[in-house]
Design a protein. Structure first.
Length: 167
């Protein structure tokens, strides 16, 4: 068990959700569900975070923010997609500005589906993320760790494509 898995620090970002999953993330961190019993600490600084919790779908306006937060985190790091919108784009997947789930912007390690995702599922996802954090930590120590590559940005929403065609 590494130092990070004894007390994983999480950073939470709402990409563009309806706030249902945000409320559940906060509920998981509060005394009712007490994620702190696993040593989970919420932080606002990406440089201190081990686990990146993302809610909501990725769109043209926030994809660069998600990537910036991810790039500021130190290795080893784990990304958890919280809720259906973060996993696949959810009910908003057909919207003109939605690119899809978080995996369109950054590599995702754990998916926690649900609309809204339950605090119990979030705690399970964080516990799974801690296991992945341990594996990555061991790989870094042994020199076999290869950081995942960022997905290629897909430019152009359907509206932008129509404008480019001159329609």
């Amino acid at each position: 068990m590494s130092f990070a898995s004894k007390s994983p620090w999480v950073i939470h970002y709402d990409a563009s959700s309806c706030n249902g999953c945000d409320i559940e993330v906060l509920a998981a961190l509060c005394p009712g569900f007490d994620a702190e019993r696993f040593g989970v600490v919420n932080t606002g600084n990406p440089k201190h975070a081990d686990i990146f919790l993302v809610t909501g779908s990725v769109n043209e306006r926030n994809i660069h923010v998600v990537r910036e937060i991810y790039s500021q985190m130190l290795e080893p790091k784990v990304v958890v997609a919280c809720g259906c919108c973060a996993c696949t784009g959810g009910v908003f997947h057909d919207c003109y500005n939605v690119l899809g789930g978080v995996d369109k912007a950054i590599p995702v390690d754990v998916y926690a589906p649900g609309c809204a995702v339950r605090p119990e599922a979030l705690i399970d996802a964080v516990v799974e993320a801690v296991g992945i954090l341990d594996e990555k930590s061991k790989a870094i120590k042994s020199g076999t760790y290869v950081p995942p590559k960022l997905p290629e940005l897909t430019r152009g929403t359907p509206v932008e494509e129509e404008i480019a065609k001159g329609a």
